[in-house]
Design a protein around this ligand. Sequence first.
Ligand SMILES: *[C@@H]1O[C@H](CO)[C@@H](O)[C@H](O)[C@H]1NC(C)=O
Ligand SMILES: *[C@@H]1O[C@H](CO)[C@@H](O)[C@H](O)[C@H]1NC(C)=O
Length: 375
Amino acid sequence: MAVFYFLVVTILPALVVSLPTINLLKETLSTVERALTFFSSDYSSINVDGLFGLRIGQGQLIEAANVCAKKKNCGEYLKLLKSLTKQLDETCEKALPYIEQSDPDYYKRFEQTISKPYILPYTSTKFDSSVLSNIRTGTNSSYVEEEGDACYARIMGTFEEPKSGLKTTRCNITNSCYNMMTSQGTSKYAITHQLLFFMVIEHVGCTEQVEKFINGHKLREIQQGFCQKIYKEADNLVVNGKVKSSHRDLFLEQSVLCGSLGFEDFFRSDWIKMTLTWPDKKDGCMKSSWTQLLEIDSQKLVNSLLTNPKAHQLAGEVGKSIENKFEEELKKLSGSKTMRKLLREKAMKDDCMAHASGLAFGTFGSYVRYLVLQL
Ligand SMILES: *[C@@H]1O[C@H](CO)[C@@H](O)[C@H](O)[C@H]1NC(C)=O
Ligand SMILES: *[C@@H]1O[C@H](CO)[C@@H](O)[C@H](O)[C@H]1NC(C)=O
């Protein structure tokens, strides 16, 4: 009896927990490797947003290697984790000058978010199911990019007063920024960009000053409030175990931001397995399709297709050339003031999308870290 009890209580649960974990870890690592091979081979066409995802993934892999080094049963993964972080660092460094060249202003403004890996404090947190069940998701998905960008720039010390051209000092936050970034009822990319604001504050070392400005409220509590709502939204995107391809970019953004902060509800094994099926098996990236590119900013795009005879003609062309020429259209669009900059998609080689592929990379990095922690 005692032996049987020992088996059931001690050994069986260990087997039940760790075998799937190990398999998932192996599968995630090979997906990360494939994605990295892709980015390494096309670093010259990564954009700011793609690199942002890579930097988050880099921080996660560095932390995974640190955790792994302290574990007895992680030895076989340590070498791989270290070589992945090394290759990743080389790729990011090589990409930087190309990004700067292609968009100097945007680069200058957001340099601090892409110049180094994101090492964010990971605090393992599980949501309380009774709290979750009382949460209502927002409906306001509009986000004023210009206003938001200015708030990010204030934090990073790259904001210039419009009239005087004077630069404000780093870690600057105003009431109107705080109100915008905490406004209630937001959803989709509006809420993820609100959350990201409170992550960037941490990333660039402004936590203390900002917490003082907001009367001692803790950034972590604000992040948690957002991630609970975001979790419910993400859950709503999954229908019969699937997420529509047009919603995958959002799902990845939700997962990578909240996951990398340690909100472990995002590491459901069904979600991990599902997202691992999304990248192209051969090329390792998230592929674009004409319809997905359309959804980036369908309204403006439709307008542009209707009013621009050249674009109209292009839209009629089928096949490979679409992506390239489409990129020109996208470039024109992204120059327009109201385009959501953080959502800027860019076509890379083999019909791969920079934003979604970067986010996928970051997400998989956070999975690796979580799974290594479970070993
Ligand atoms: C939605 O959010 C935007 C940007 O924060 C805000 O200007 C607008 O008033 C909000 N709309 C509603 C209906 O709350
Ligand atoms: C932020 O900058 C504004 C000027 O744009 C200044 O008036 C304000 O005092 C600064 N706030 C903080 C918290 O540094």
